[in-house]
Ligand binder design. Structure first.
Ligand code: ATP
Length: 274
């Protein structure tokens, strides 16, 4: 439910503790959010308001989770849209959809008595790709509308609006999006290191029965280069193996098998798209 194309989604609150690893990204995000949480100080120093944060990094590393947690942390309403919604929209429809998203964010904040709204735009590169040689012409109006909306944000306005965008192709973005006063703060969200992977596995093991002999650090070691989304799959597949085995609890071998399965799955996907 709620995932209709063209609808603005409202999701359940999520805190930074539910995100594994990504310590530096979390820290940088929290510092940026002080612009919303401590507006008086920002005004005292005459700092221009922060309007846009760009999260960059490979798929499945927790960018969406970070945006949701940012909304929760700053006591803002959360609205989300994805660049892919704008594909094959008729000329003008994309621009009016952007207008609606901003309107809806402000209305939602007012309705729920909050001072701020976080708008999350996933796959920003779809609407914000470089405007070279007229290649992305159909998106021009959409991008222009987004820039207009961002330029129209004032520090004194209530509710305050912050846009968080995500991409795994930062080099594709039009420079107009990256100018000061737009998405001028960039936070890298990379694949987790071993410690991060162990943390993510722990988070996704919370609601699952694990055998005492399970060593998640070892699984973290074996899952080199896995994203958070893949680690979530590993825990889920391991639970399925344990259930098929008619076991009461998940064992180490189920987790190892799950790693292979997730790795294989990725490979078959890649073959299929060749
Ligand atoms: P995409 O670029 O594909 O949109 P994303 O970076 O936005 O990916 P998310 O949607 O945040 O990734 O993550 C997908 C799922 O993977 C999450 O719902 C969660 O189950 C799991 N996940 C990813 N990263 C983490 C993490 N750091 N901690 C815990 N779970 C994670």
């Amino acid at each position: 439910h709620g995932s209709k194309k063209g609808s603005v989604r409202q999701l359940t609150p999520l805190s930074f503790e539910q995100i594994g690893g990504q310590e530096r990204a979390k820290q940088e995000l929290i510092e940026a959010l002080d612009f919303i949480v401590k507006p008086e100080e920002i005004a005292k120093f005459g700092i221009r308001p922060l309007k846009g944060i760009l999260l960059t990094g490979p798929p499945g590393t927790g960018k969406t989770l970070l945006a949701k947690a940012a909304a929760h942390y700053s006591d803002s309403v959360y609205v989300a849209a994805s660049g892919s919604e704008f594909v094959e929209m008729y000329v003008g429809v994309g621009a009016s959809r952007i207008r609606d998203i901003f309107k809806e964010a402000r209305q939602k904040a007012v309705k729920s008595g909050k001072n701020s709204a976080v708008i999350f735009i996933d796959e920003i590169d779809v609407i914000g790709g470089k405007r070279d040689g007229g290649q992305h012409r159909e998106y021009d109006q959409t991008l222009n509308q987004l820039l207009t909306e961002m330029d129209g944000i004032h520090s004194s306005e209530s509710p305050r609006v912050l846009i968080i965008a995500a991409t795994n192709r930062k080099e594709m973005l039009d420079s107009a999006l990256l100018r000061p006063g737009r998405f001028d703060r960039h936070i890298g969200v990379d694949l987790p290191d071993k410690k991060g992977r162990a943390h993510i596995l722990k988070i996704h093991a919370k609601n699952k029965p694990l055998d005492d002999t399970v060593n998640l650090d070892k699984i973290a070691e074996e899952s080199f280069n896995f994203s958070g989304a893949q680690l979530e799959s590993v825990m889920n597949e391991a639970a399925i193996y344990a259930m098929r085995d008619k076991q009461e609890k998940i064992r180490q071998q189920h987790l190892s098998m799950a790693i292979d399965k997730v790795m294989m799955g990725e490979k078959t996907d890649r073959e299929a798209t060749k």
